[in-house]
Design a protein around this ligand. Structure first.
Ligand code: NAP
Length: 364
């Protein structure tokens, strides 16, 4: 893996110029609400400035966070109208001053902060990672949010060790499957919660201990599977009452990482009884009680780590190395055309996805 460097040669032949349109297509969150508030709009193209690259996007990743943004439940999101999305893959179309011309035409992965549901995007060079082949484009768009989050929680925060038990909630989702693959590399023992319709597929991948959280008490099942010990590490993106129960399933000396509040995103509006109920029932932690139980609770949010470039660099280097060697294989469930962003959001909302869902401005 390498981030692009300013020092790379500025010479190089003029690339085969792609057909350049003065317009791009973008999906905008026009107001808070149901998936129908996502609208495809044509906007004028712009040119990259100093230190920037313009990418012709082939794939953009959809994350659960985008659904939360659409509902007005995401802490770092701008107010509508705005273009959501954090990750793209595609080809470098143009470069600005101080960026090597030799990069034009190369396949890359780009990490944005909103603005990625777009047929083209301009990013600063330090947010772009060179890919080895164009065959990597599809899987690469499934990497940044899912794998950086899974790595940050399990490796940097919880220091998951070989032989330890990890409970991964929503193991059939994007972050869930990324966490499963990383736990495999670490040599940890995995328990996953997922809807029953995902179990066959998960077993085929090798997940041995599965809990259908709709019909089973996951706390009781975790204690049963681990011989009453509990899980050493628990990754909980559900929040609300689920988090309280995760704490009960934690082993002594265990670490619970809260990294989401998807319990609040079940409806189609920002203000719902469901959101309020889950918010009021959220866990309040008592350090004295935690001390006596020898349990730890962490919070993780990738969106608030911009001021830690050391973290981003380390995680990106490690994950891209594993991607290039084939040790991690991002699971892409489905690609929707950019114009079908509302259908794609509904697909995630309905829990139909197994792994990552992408949008594509070039596939129909
Ligand atoms: P995703 O692909 O849609 O996966 C989420 C999965 O969660 C769904 O497939 C669903 O699986 C499962 N789920 C829903 N309610 C559940 C419950 N009560 N118990 C167990 N599983 C449940 O979404 P994602 O993009 O991976 O994101 C997952 C969560 O992580 C979201 O809350 C998101 O906001 C959070 N996240 C946080 C960060 C961060 O930096 N803090 C970064 C990325 C994601 P079933 O179909 O099996 O029901």
């Amino acid at each position: 893996m390498r981030f692009l460097k300013k020092k790379e040669s500025l010479r190089g032949l003029l690339p085969l110029l792609p057909i350049i349109s003065p317009f791009m297509e973008q999906v905008w969150i026009t107001k808070y609400g149901a998936p129908s508030v996502l609208k495809l709009q044509r906007k004028p193209s712009r040119e990259p400035g100093k230190g920037e690259l313009k990418i012709t996007v082939h794939y953009c990743g959809i994350n659960f966070a985008d659904l939360m943004c659409r509902l007005g439940l995401y802490p770092t999101a701008p107010k509508p109208p705005f273009v959501p999305g954090y990750e793209v893959s595609g080809f470098v179309e143009r470069v600005g001053a101080d960026v090597p011309e030799t990069l034009v035409g190369k396949p890359v992965l780009g990490i944005g902060k909103f603005g990625c549901y777009s047929s083209e995007i301009i990013l600063p060079m330090e947010r772009v990672i060179a890919l080895q082949t164009e065959e990597q484009l599809k899987q690469a768009a499934a990497i940044p949010v899912n794998y950086f989050t899974a790595f940050g929680m399990m490796v940097k925060q919880a220091h998951l060790q070989s032989g330890e038990w990890v409970l991964i909630h929503g193991i059939g989702g994007g972050v869930g499957l990324a966490a499963w693959q990383l736990a495999q590399l670490i040599g940890a023992r995995v328990i996953g919660t997922a809807s029953a319709h995902k179990h066959t597929h998960l077993r085929e991948l090798g997940v041995e201990h599965l809990i259908d959280y709709h019909t089973e008490d996951f706390v009781a099942r975790v204690l049963e599977i681990t011989g009453r010990r509990g899980a050493d590490v628990i990754l909980d993106p559900i929040g609300g009452t689920n988090l309280k129960r995760s704490y009960q399933a934690l082993a002594k000396l265990g670490k619970l990482v809260n990294y989401g509040f998807s319990a609040a995103a079940r409806g189609t509006s920002r203000f719902s009884i469901q959101v309020l109920k889950e918010y009021l029932k959220r866990m309040k932690f008592d350090p004295v009680k935690m001390m006596m139980e020898n349990k730890g609770v962490f919070g993780f949010h990738l969106g608030f780590l911009d001021d830690r470039p050391d973290f981003t660099r380390q995680v990106a280097e490690t994950i891209m190395t594993w991607f290039n060697t084939g040790e991690i294989q991002p699971v892409v469930d489905r690609v929707f055309p950019l114009s079908q962003a509302p259908e794609a959001h509904q697909y995630l909302h309905d829990h139909k996805n197994f792994g990552k869902v992408l949008l594509s401005p070039v596939e129909s």
